[in-house]
Design a protein around this ligand. Structure first.
Ligand code: FAD
Length: 538
């Protein structure tokens, strides 16, 4: 959280909005007394809006006399009934320790003006949390509040000798970003002129999205963003515990702020995060992380230079993956034991194996027709080095085991070819190099906080452990035409490497897109146009 966030609401606006939010004046707040569909719609607006959620709610949903949700407001809770329910949850949760009952209620929480470091910490949640974040593709981050660019200023850095260096590096990154948006948009338009089939609206949208995509590498991890979370009580409790154990002061403070708002919405469900049990759990998480770091310092080899040829490496796979998958296909329908089914599978010839797998995958009319759970029997581990921008996007996938190394500058940075062609590589590089110098100086004293200055163009190393079924989902989704070229390349490389070791298992991935495109967004914008035309016609 930061001291630089949205303009405050007027008294009248606050009065109008207060029934629907847990507070009007802090960056973390919960939603209440709104229909579920409105809460979902509001959060989805984060993706494409520069505004905070309260402003969107006011301007887009509550504008004008008579607008509002009075007719759909949930009936005021009966206090006695609520107290009885809370007492019940406390008895079950705290008395009997049955954690799963805390999954039976949920909350919508808005976390605004948090850094990308904090956003990643929230989004590393898996089961039970659904996040939505402001997009670097559809929203420009060049906005200033009270003359200041919107990035996190860590208290330790600002109290150190590095404060001026930190601000200078971040300001240069943001100034360069802001100055290049227009020339790069113009360049994209010159390079890909509008054709008659494309409306002016779709064209301007797609070309600007392309420019913002190209320039996002300049944004440092400190960049402030907005994240909406919908989650159940159990998942929130664990998230609060993890936040309390975070090495980042910002994330610890964010966890406390989230807890204060959740206490207004689902208090019984998150109570234990601050109890003795929760405090001990957070201490355990921090201690085990520290133990891993000590062991790594003693045992792990010194990193070698990154080469461009091994940026996506499949490092572990099952030699018997095909047999595992075949056994898992047959097992639910066989009365025999798993061991007996596996023995039968091992006796099959290659043609029969391939035929059974082909039939199981079936015709697949779209990428949504995913092969069943039998495909979870094969597991892959990838070691990936890619720009942080691509990492940010891929990290949002939850059905994986992901582990990330620190954000730094040692793996170098990526300059998109298009920026070179557009003639703006020089200022782009200069801003990045300035940030790298600042990072090195700050990291010598404050290694954790130094990560805030690292721009998204720099590479990060992380591992991706996933089963074959999730590989189908992730690779087909992330190689799709409208995706960012950074993560499309990762998804395409993952596909090629799985197909190289397990050609039969990968042969059903019909919706992998290996092509390259000029304007990723154009097809999607043209579909929006078609829908707009249809709506006008109706
Ligand atoms: C073109 C594109 C643009 C995007 N833009 C944005 C953006 O602007 N902002 C943003 O925040 N994100 C954005 N995303 C990310 C996207 O919203 C997802 O968070 C991300 O792709 C993870 O995909 P997933 O949820 O399908 O799959 P995973 O998290 O990999 O999960 C796999 C599958 O498990 C199931 N599943 C997982 N979790 C749940 C759950 N909680 N409830 C029910 N089912 C679940 C679903 O079937 C899901 O497909 C974008 C993605 C794409 C491809």
């Amino acid at each position: 959280m930061s001291d630089v966030w949205d303009a405050p609401l007027t008294d009248a606006e606050q009065a109008r909005i207060l029934p629907y939010v847990t507070n009007c004046d802090r960056p973390v707040f919960g939603l209440r007394a709104l229909p579920e569909v409105v809460k979902g719609a509001l959060f989805s607006r984060y993706s494409r809006s520069e505004q905070g959620l309260r402003r969107i709610l006011l301007d887009e949903f509550l504008k004008g006399d008579g607008a509002g949700f009075t007719s759909t407001l949930t009936a005021p809770a009966d206090d006695a009934a609520r107290r009885r329910a809370e007492a019940f949850y406390e008895r079950v949760l705290i008395g009997y320790g049955d954690d799963s009952v805390a999954e039976l209620g949920g909350a919508h929480l808005a976390c605004e003006s948090i850094s990308n470091i904090a956003a990643k910490a929230l989004e590393s949640s898996r089961i039970g949390i659904a996040p939505l974040e402001k997009s670097t593709r559809y929203v420009s981050f060049a906005q200033r509040i009270a003359g200041r660019y919107r990035y996190h200023r860590d208290a330790d850095v600002m109290a150190s000798q590095h404060a001026a260096r930190y601000e200078a590096a971040c300001d240069t990154l943001f100034t360069t970003y802001a100055q290049l948006i227009e020339p790069v948009s113009q360049w994209v338009r010159r390079r890909t002129p509008r054709d008659d089939a494309t409306s002016e609206r779709a064209y301007l949208s797609a070309t600007r999205a392309r420019a913002l995509d190209l320039l996002r590498g300049l944004l440092p991890m400190a960049t402030l963003t907005n994240v909406g979370l919908y989650g159940n009580g159990r998942a929130f409790e664990y998230l609060l515990t993890k936040a309390a154990a975070s090495p980042f002061a910002e994330v610890r403070a964010l966890g406390s702020a989230m807890h204060a708002e959740l206490d207004q919405l689902i208090p019984s469900f998150v109570k234990r995060a601050a109890s003795q049990r929760g405090v001990a759990h957070a201490a355990y998480l921090a201690a085990t992380r520290a133990a891993g770091a000590v062991a790594a310092r003693q045992i792990a080899p010194v990193p070698t230079a990154t080469t461009d040829t091994d940026l996506v490496q499949l490092v572990q796979w099952d030699d018997d993956a095909e047999e595992r998958v075949l056994a898992a296909i047959l097992y639910p329908h066989a009365g025999a034991s798993y061991t007996a089914v596996l023995a039968a599978v091992r006796a099959l010839d290659a043609a029969t194996r391939a035929a059974v797998i082909r039939e199981y995958v079936g015709p697949r009319e779209s990428r949504f027709h995913k092969p069943g759970r039998a495909f979870e029997a094969a597991y892959y581990l990838f070691d990936i080095v890619a720009d942080i921008g691509a990492y940010r996007d891929l990290q949002r996938h939850r059905m994986l085991t992901q582990q990330q190394q620190v954000y730094g500058v040692s793996h170098g940075y990526v300059v998109p070819d298009d920026l070179i062609e557009a003639g703006v590589a020089e200022p782009y590089r200069a801003a990045l190099e300035g940030a790298a110098v600042a990072y090195e100086a700050i990291a010598a004293d404050l290694p954790m906080a130094a990560q805030y200055v690292v721009p998204l163009a720099f590479r990060v190393r992380w591992s991706f452990g996933l089963n074959l079924r999730e590989a189908y989902h992730l690779i087909e989704l992330r190689s799709g035409r409208q995706g960012h070229p950074g993560y499309r390349q990762v998804a395409q490389a993952m596909y090629r490497q799985i197909a190289a070791v397990h050609p039969t298992l990968a042969s059903g991935m019909h919706f992998v897109d290996l092509a390259q495109y000029e304007l990723e967004r154009l097809a999607a914008e043209q579909r929006i146009d078609a829908r707009l035309r249809q709506r006008q016609a109706d």
